[in-house]
Write a protein that binds this ligand. Sequence first.
Ligand SMILES: [Zn+2]
Length: 320
Amino acid sequence: MSKANNATTWALACRLFGNEEPTLESALSDPERGALAALGEIRAVKQHQLDLRYVLCPYCQLHRGQVVQTVTGLACQCPDCGSIAVDAVDRQAWLFDPDWLIRKLRGALNVPAQQGAVAMVNGVWRLGTYQRRPVILSRCLDLLLQQPSLIARTRSAAIPWLITPKPLRDVVDDPLAGAAAWLPLEERFTLYGGNISFMEPEAVADAAVYADIIEAVNGPFSTDFRWVHLPGESAPIGLSEAHASVFGAFWHFGGQEQEAHSVMSRAGLTSDKPIDVFKVKTKNKGDPKYEGPLRAYRELVKTNQRAGTYAMPCAAKVTS
Ligand SMILES: [Zn+2]
């Protein structure tokens, strides 16, 4: 294994990923060449066949010059420096393999294997989901800042994760103003033993977990039915365990009309009718903590008085 340290190697990987063009080995510093060799060993970079008629001048590394055969070997005809001898390394170029990065990032985030990675546009991929939120990988942050519609195209209600290398300029922590949770490649991930690991900062973790808990997953409801998002309301409504059990039971019946006792036994509750659980006691009138769930019940559950049945139509509209 090469002696290059992990930090240098990972920093170079992030930089090369951001650059679609092949990288000339001669343009790298000595530590970076060691890092490049390490990236070659783990197959993150591949040798790239350059147009050998022209190379970057080995002396000034500013101009490209025509390569000519001289008595002492090959030489670059630099417009500024004149004839400069060309070593093998001067003609060696490497191309970063984005598929390698995609594979390793999916591993780091435990993206389920059945979710394939999809190229959205040149330089932007959808890697699958992490914590039920889409993961987008982009060669650079600016691609997304210039085309915000790409984020909308992830076709999900959840705020996506966005992985990009850090731009050279300073950027704020939340460059997409809430439209995506940015995970700078250099800061949130690290390379070790040929694999990438994800470093989840507490703050990101907490925000993500909270967003996750309240996120509408089952129709307008969160995973555990403890939160409901009503159309036209910006804040979700918190539900008690009993409320959640009733809505969970309605969800189970998929919009089918049911008698009260089926719903209540499915919910594991002893009340006679679903509405009993939502009734607001006089002392709690006007308290959003109690009025919210009742409002949700009235909006989502349809009662057929004559037949004595109940149904939650939104449970029938599940497409995914
Ligand atoms: Zn030159």
